[in-house]
Ligand binder design. Structure first.
Ligand code: SF4
Length: 92
């Protein structure tokens, strides 16, 4: 994955528009988060298509920083994984 200069800090560890699953590719460990999402009960878990649509919106949002929403403080992958959740700015 390539980043433009404004998205990456001097030490290459800050990515403004990354999800945790992309940080994991850089060696960060968010396995616990992925396992939690994978094991959500089906009656609360967002369908895969809805989940990806939500994350695509977050990826374009200025509030996203290293997988976390700076508005609500949630990891967006976790927030988006639950059907009843919504974006604090009503973007999804
Ligand atoms: S949850 Fe909403 S405000 Fe937060 S990063 Fe996603 S789109 Fe942006």
């Amino acid at each position: 994955m390539k980043y433009n200069k404004s998205e990456v800090s001097v030490n290459n560890r800050i990515c403004k528009r990354c999800l945790t699953r992309e940080l994991a590719e850089q060696g960060e460990n968010f396995q616990y988060l992925r396992e939690y999402i994978e094991n959500l009960d089906m009656d609360v878990k967002a369908p895969a298509e809805l989940y990806e649509e939500r994350l695509a919106v977050c990826k374009e949002c200025d509030f996203l920083l290293q997988g976390m929403c700076r508005s609500c403080g949630c990891y967006v992958e976790l927030r988006a994984a639950v059907t009843k959740n919504s974006c604090p700015y009503k973007r999804w």
